[in-house]
Design a binder for this molecule. Structure first.
Ligand code: MN
Length: 236
């Protein structure tokens, strides 16, 4: 193979940097996607667990599972039970480890509406066997996220309505203030495990009402003060 086939430092071509649109601006590049499990009491109950206030727990999705608002999402393979989980997404803007709760907002660039799409049947099967649930949570197009609103525009929302509709019917509706661990506590705790970096997203957990979406469904999500997130599940 002739040398001119290689015109960069890499032996294969580089893929596109996953990113999310920022309201009125350029794009926010995505580095990691961290997610909080069971952060609303009613959702913990519907998942069959006691919503006592133990330390929040975390899992991850691959950065390239991001899809923008308006996407038509292909129903993922190996599941018969694809669930929606609408969540407030925090976009980190300044690095830090062991961040104090009182400093957490200084590390936040902005906020968006996201959905933690979940292959629930795979998650439950792995959970039952004590295995990692990654195949239930991280897959192609598993993380629809709407435009990011910078904190300099909207401040730091800690209350306000969060909702998800499927084909115009309300499935999930709650208030951000019902989180068991608020955003600042989540950032503080997460930053004891990982040094947070610009480009890191944090999905902050979903309220009650998680349920299945099927091929052809249309999903509309809102959080007060944020850009709405809309997507559909491809009919084929
Ligand atoms: Mn979730």
């Amino acid at each position: 193979m002739s040398e001119d086939r290689y015109n960069s430092d890499y032996v294969i071509s580089i893929w596109d940097q996953p990113s999310i649109a920022v309201a009125g601006g350029a794009a926010y590049p995505v580095r990691h996607i961290y997610c909080v499990g069971r952060n609303y009491a009613e959702h913990a109950r519907e998942m069959g667990t006691d919503p006592e206030r133990e330390a929040p727990f975390f899992f991850m999705k691959a950065a390239d599972s991001i899809v923008p608002s308006g996407a038509r999402i292909k129903y993922p393979p190996r599941t018969q039970d694809l669930h929606h989980e609408v969540e407030l997404v925090v976009a980190i803007g300044a690095s830090g480890a062991d961040i104090a709760r009182s400093d957490a907002s200084d590390h936040i660039f902005g906020y968006a509406v996201g959905v933690d799409l979940t292959r629930r049947d795979l998650q439950q099967a792995m959970k039952a066997k004590g295995r990692p649930w990654e195949i239930g949570k991280s897959f192609a197009q598993a993380a629809p996220v709407g435009e990011i609103q910078p904190a300099w525009n909207i401040g730091h929302p800690r209350e306000g309505k969060i909702s998800l509709l499927v084909n115009g019917e309300i499935r999930q509706e709650a208030d951000l203030k019902e989180m068991i661990w608020d955003v600042d506590e989540v950032i503080a705790e997460l930053s004891t495990y990982y040094k947070l970096e610009p480009g890191d997203l944090v999905f902050t957990g979903t309220p009650a009402g998680v349920a299945a979406v099927i091929r052809g469904d249309s999903v509309n999500c809102t959080i007060d003060a944020l850009e709405p997130l809309d997507f559909s599940i491809s009919a084929v």
